[in-house]
Design a protein around this ligand. Structure first.
Ligand code: GAR
Length: 195
């Protein structure tokens, strides 16, 4: 079972829903995230874990982990979740959390990856699905695809090109992990995919 964490529009959540993956629940950090409506339309359990409802981030993240554990979630998917998870959460799901990031990591980590790639003048960027550790977009890469940046690209046009790629890459990475086809290696960052 998958648990999905969101903060925004939820187009990646929609791609996961449309691909038929088993989603046990969706957590949003914001009560007004349009992603919540997508989950409800698909009949998936939702819960909002806004920071202001909890004493601090550790308690908020621990409560999220409890909610997912109650739903027997084995794989946590960050699909536009705009918070760094606290160690209390990452330790509970060690090696079982993935994120989709709108750049070719390790280039352009952080919350403004598309703006940063354009401002840098890069000719290529892309999408990365990676394991999540306690750092900022620093876990091992699972799947990546490049996206060319055109001279007339804007943040909006580039975002839609990258998201079209993410919508294929994220469900594919989840399918591979749930099928046991993604192997991490001891003592190295390399991840191997069984074909
Ligand atoms: C996605 O493009 C994802 O890569 C990005 O937020 C977007 C969410 O869109 N995540 C990050 O920038 C995390 N650093 P969505 O809500 O439509 O899926």
């Amino acid at each position: 079972m998958i648990g999905v964490l969101v903060s925004g529009a939820g187009t990646n959540l929609q791609a996961l829903i449309d691909s038929g993956l088993p989603i046990a629940g969706v957590i949003s950090s914001r009560p007004d995230a349009p992603a919540l409506e997508r989950a409800r339309r698909a009949g998936i359990d939702t819960e909002v874990f806004a920071l202001h409802d909890h004493a601090d981030r550790d308690l908020r993240d621990a409560a999220m982990a409890d909610w997912l554990t109650e739903r027997k979630v084995e794989l946590v998917v960050l699909a536009g979740f705009m918070w760094l998870l606290r160690p209390v959460f990452v330790e509970r799901f060690a090696g079982r959390i993935v994120n989709t990031h709108p750049a070719l990591l390790p280039a352009f980590p952080g919350a403004q990856a598309i703006e940063d790639a354009l401002a840098y003048g890069a000719r290529w960027t892309g999408a990365t699905v990676h394991f999540v550790d306690e750092g900022l977009d620093s876990g091992e890469v699972i799947l990546q695809e490049p996206v060319a940046i055109a001279d007339d690209d804007t943040v909006e046009s580039l975002r839609s090109k990258i998201q079209a790629v993410e919508h294929l890459l994220l469900p594919e990475a989840c399918r591979l992990i749930l099928a046991g086809k993604v192997q991490r290696s001891e003592g190295s960052r390399r991840v191997f995919i069984e074909s």
